[in-house]
Design a binder for this molecule. Sequence first.
Ligand code: NDP
Length: 500
Amino acid sequence: MFPDQRLFINGTFSPSVEENPTFFTTTNPATSTPLARVHEASPRDLQYAVDAATKAFETWSRTTPIERSRILNKAVSILRARSDEIAGAESLDTGKPFSETSTVDVPTGADVLEYFAGVCLSGLEGKMIRLREKAWAYTTKEPLGVCVGIGAWNYPIQIALWKCAPALAAGNTFIFKPSEVTPLTANILAEVFTTAGLPSGVFNVVHGGGGVGAWLSNCSGVAKISFTGQVETGKKVYSSAAGSSLKNVTLELGGKSPFIVFPDADLNLAADAAMVANFYSCGQVCTNGTRVFVHSSIKSKFEKLLLERVRDGIRAGDPLDPNVNFGPLVSEGHSKKVKTYIRHGEEVDRARLLCGGLKGTVSLPDGKGLEKGFFVAPTIFTDCSDSMLICREEIFGPVLSILTYETEEEVVRRANDTELGLAAGVFTRDIDTAHRVIGKMNAGICWINTWGESPAEMPAGGWGLSGLGFENGSEALSQFVRTRSVLVENGRFPAVFSKS
Ligand code: NDP
C-alpha cells in the first residue's frame, strides 16, 4: 500500500480542512487490490487552492522567463532521475505495462516540460507595429492567471505534464485534478516540482471525482480550464466555463479514428501499426485507429498478418514485468463498459469475430493474483459496416474493427462520416496518394505510414466533437497567454472637443 494521498496546496501536502473529511480508494486493476486511501477535496479546500494559486501568481507571473525555465528544467532532470519509480507507480495505478510507462508516459511528459522550458525563452515576445511617423503600437504576452487541468485516467502523469508545462512556462499558476481512478502520480509530480524549487502555490493538486472538476469549472477565480476526457463531460466543462466567468478553454476529447490501408502499402508495417493503434495501453488511447479500412483486395492477407501478431506478439501479465506488453483495463467499471460493446458487436451488430470476444482469454501467469484483474482479450471484428455501433462509438478498449472498401473516393467519404475528428492515418507507398488523402481527412492529428507518436514539437488537438484548441508545439504557449496591445502617440492628439 502507498501512504495516504493528501491534497497538495500552497506547497504542502495536507489533509482536507474539514472536520469529517471524505476519502476514496485507488485500486490496482491488475489484481483488484487497494493501493492507497486518497483525501477528497471539499469546496473549502478548493477555494484554499484557488486563493493560494492566486497569491502565487503575483510573483510567478513576474518571475523572468529565464528563471522560470531554470526551475522547470530542474524538474525535468528530477523526473528523468525518478523515471522508473514514477513509471512503476503509474503501472500499478493504471494497469498499463511498465514497458510503456517507463518508455513513453514519463519520458514524453518530461520532454514536453523541457520543450516549454525552452520555448518560453523566446515564445513570449510581443511585436512592434509602426503606425505613423510618430505613433506605433506594441503587444505583450501576459499570463492568464490561475489555470486548471482536469485529467483522464489513461495517461495520468503525461496529461498532467502536457497541461501544466506551457501554463507554468508562460507564468500562470496551476491546479491539477487527476482522475479519481488514477491519482498517484500527480502527488509525485508535486514532490518533483517542490524539490526543483517551484515556489509554494504555483502548482497544486486536488483530489476527487467529477464534483471537484465541476466546482473548478464553475469557479470565477479560475482563468482557464484545460480538460481531457469524454465528449459529454467536455461539453459540461465548456458550458460551466462560459457560464461562470467566460474562461479560456482547451478540450481534448474522444475519437473514432480511421486507419486506411491502400493496396500498395507495406502490409507488415501497416499490420504492426494497426496493432499499436488498437492494443497499445490495452486500447485506452484517445487517438486509436479503431476503424481499420482495408482495400478488399488485401483483406485476407491483412487479417492473417493481424492474427499472427495477436498470437505471437501479445504478452499479457503483471504490468510491472518489463516483458509484458498487454495489461488489464483501468477499472472494473470500464472493463464492463468495453465488454458491453463487444457483446453488442457479437450479438446485435453481428460482425464476424476474428479473435478474442467475450469468450476470448488472455494467458496469465499463476500465483500473482492476476485472475482478479480486469483483463479483456484483444478482439478483432471483421466484415464490419459503418453503421455498426462498434464502428460508431468510442469503445476505449482492445477492440479493432476491419471494414473493406473499393475506391479512394469511397474510403475518404466513409472515414470522414463521423462527428469526431481526432486522428487519421494513411498507409501507402505512393507519396501523392498519401498527401492527397491525408489532406482530405477531417482530423487534427494525422499520420502517414506510422501511428501514435505525439512528440512535444507537434501540435495535437481534435476537430469537431474531438475538442477545442491543442496541446504541444510552440504555438501551444499562445493558449496560456493573452495579448495586451499598447498604442503610443508621440505626435499631436487629434482633439475633437477642445475649445477651438
Ligand atoms: P471523463 O470525461 O469521465 O473524465 C475526465 C475528467 O473529468 C476526470 O478527472 C473526471 O473526474 C472529471 N469530471 C467528471 N465529471 C466532470 C464535470 N462535470 N466537470 C468537470 N470535470 C469532470 O473521461 P475519462 O476519465 O473516462 O477518460 C476517457 C476519455 O478521455 C475518453 O473519451 C478519451 O477519448 C478521452 N481522452 C482524450 C484525449 C485527447 O487528447 N483527445 C487523451 C486521453 C483521453 P473523475 O474521473 O474523477 O470522475
